[in-house]
Design a protein around this ligand. Structure first.
Ligand SMILES: [Zn+2]
Length: 334
């Protein structure tokens, strides 16, 4: 299929203040992982899905390409060793950063462009109230810690976006909601002692990466600003939704965010070949609506959502569409 948004004339139709922004570009296909579950066909399958295209047409489409964020600027959260390793492996033509994290020749640049895309989304939602943005980027980010690229993730896109919002836009309180089926250990680690970024995660447990117990609540000044809701395999949809709603309400009350970021992983879908909990596509719409309500109450409707996991090429497009539709429909009447 062709890339739907290659036409520059469609780009950057900005300053429509109540629009949902959709950010993506063919450059995110260039992170070439071969037959790995986290591969470029995930993004292709979303963009080729007619219902997705229908909802995308109601968005302000922001097409890149994005210039890679300078490596220096990643040091705000990542150690030099992690950055240097990704650069070296990429420059050598590719390899693995850990057992399951593939890095191709283009990946060092593409991963930094994903961070740039997330930053632009932050810039756009901070320009006015009632703005949301969905970034369809690869590679994902929420497992990347200060020290390690891991779990298909090279740099922690969402954590870097949160810090960028704080530094660039003076945002004091950020809520990160992570409904990926895996625990976002990297994001948790990066803000574990930081009361300015609340990390709320629902995830399958026990499961990769092994963290995310309910006892993990933060440390020092950050104690009480991490909320983990581990869920057992076999949980019903009803119980999952109940647990999500309760956790989200607690998180919102604790941080009263000025900006809400979403680690939007769709691998808790019941048919996902990697994650598989009990969810159907429409459950992601329910979550998104609840997150939008929190953003409306506390954050002037400001949401930036970043694609994380989701590995069923059949169901991922349905799930992303449900998520996008809920973002679009969360717009207040004009
Ligand atoms: Zn995942």
């Amino acid at each position: 299929m062709g890339w739907p948004w290659h036409d520059e004339s469609m780009d950057r139709t900005i300053d429509q203040p109540t629009m949902t922004h959709l950010l993506t570009h063919a450059q995110f296909l260039q992170h070439d992982t071969g037959s790995h579950p986290e591969n470029a066909n995930r993004l292709r399958s979303i963009l080729a899905h007619p219902p997705f295209q229908q909802w995308a047409s109601r968005c302000t489409m922001i097409s890149g390409p994005w210039e890679p964020v300078p490596a220096e600027e990643l040091k705000i959260l990542h150690r030099r060793e992690l950055i240097d390793l990704a650069e070296r492996v990429s420059r050598q033509g590719g390899g693995r950063l850990d057992m399951d994290t593939v890095c191709s020749a283009a990946s060092f640049d593409v991963a930094r462009s994903a961070v740039a895309c997330a930053r632009e989304a932050v810039d756009r939602v901070m320009k006015a109230s009632d703005r949301q943005a969905l970034c369809l980027v690869r590679p994902p980010g929420h497992h990347a810690t200060a020290m390690e690229s891991m779990g298909f993730c090279i740099f922690n896109n969402i954590a870097l976006a949160a810090r960028y919002a704080q530094r660039q836009h003076g945002v004091e309180r950020v809520l990160i909601v992570d409904f990926d089926v895996h625990h976002g250990n990297g994001t948790q680690d990066l803000f574990y002692d930081d009361p300015s970024v609340f990390f709320f995660s629902t995830h399958r447990f026990p499961f990769y990466p092994g963290t995310g117990r309910s006892e993990e609540k933060g440390t020092g000044a950050g104690l009480g600003y991490t909320l983990n809701v581990p869920l057992p395999f076999g949980i019903t949809r009803h119980d999952f939704r109940e647990a999500f709603a309760q956790g989200l309400a607690r998180a919102a009350q604790a941080i009263k965010p000025q900006l809400v970021l979403i680690s939007a992983g769709f691998d808790a879908h019941q048919a996902d070949p990697v994650g598989s909990l009990s969810l159907e596509a429409e459950d992601f719409a329910v979550f998104t609506k609840q997150i939008s309500d929190v953003a409306q109450t506390h954050a002037q409707g400001r949401i930036v959502s970043l694609l994380e996991g989701g590995y069923s090429l059949e169901w991922l497009p349905e799930c992303v569409t449900a998520h996008l539709q809920a973002l679009v429909e969360s717009q207040p009447p004009q």
